[in-house]
Design a protein around this ligand. Sequence first.
Ligand code: 9MG
Length: 283
Amino acid sequence: MHTSHSIPLPNRPPLILGPRPLVMGILNVTPDSFSDGGQHNLVAAAVAHAHQMIAEGTDIIDIGGESTRPGAEVVGVQQELDRVMPVIDALIAAGITTPISIDTYKPLVADQAIQAGAVIINDVHGLQRAPEMAEVAALHDVPVIAMHWQADRDHSVPLADDMLAYFERSVAIAQAAGTSLDRLILDPGFGFGKTLQENYHLLSNMHAALPPNFPLLVGTSRKSMIGKLLDVPAEERLAGTIATTVLGYINGGHIFRVHDVRANRDALRVAQATLYGPPPELR
Ligand code: 9MG
């Protein structure tokens, strides 16, 4: 049911993707994520939150300095670096071994973050906003998460066709830059330029919209596809998030990008035991 992949990481054991789902904890270093105010407090709160997610068992920490929410401010390269770099530096200085991914579409930010210790690039523009991103990935030989986000989509084209053509372009850009294709992780981009109906159809039909044999990341945590359906604000979307996480796993997802690490990890463990049996030591 799940394809198996081993993706090398610099200075870390490889990412093993297959039946065992991985949790990617979200660490947004943006002023609206932590209400204390001020750059110092923002960084300190982000570092504390990263440590909490590690204690809860996250497999990856995804650090981002620019929000992708509709209407969020666009952040310049220096401002984004000022937000994310102290957090990466603090985590590396603390000796954490959890792999860090850098959530950015800006090649300069990715390059600096990797030099400081990040080992995965999370590009919400699927290498298509700045093709130099593929060169950064190739230079450092790190995996890239290529997410589907086609803001000016032609809605008369079926979503699956649009996505397949989009990912073909991402794969071609990666290949042209010398990024090995076994370093690519694809992501359907739930919520990005998609209607409510498209999001739910996609969740149960991901494989029709993605080229075969790539590992898949699913990011639905607290998104409006849950909020609109249940008519609840972001902080009341955990139950809906867990439902989408488990369904995404059953439908072939490998990595789950979430705010609530512990609850999603527990739900995924139960889902894994249901599909593949409990861990050998508990049988
Ligand atoms: C940054 N970001 C926000 N939503 C995301 C999603 O669904 N996937 C990935 N890879 N990144 C996301």
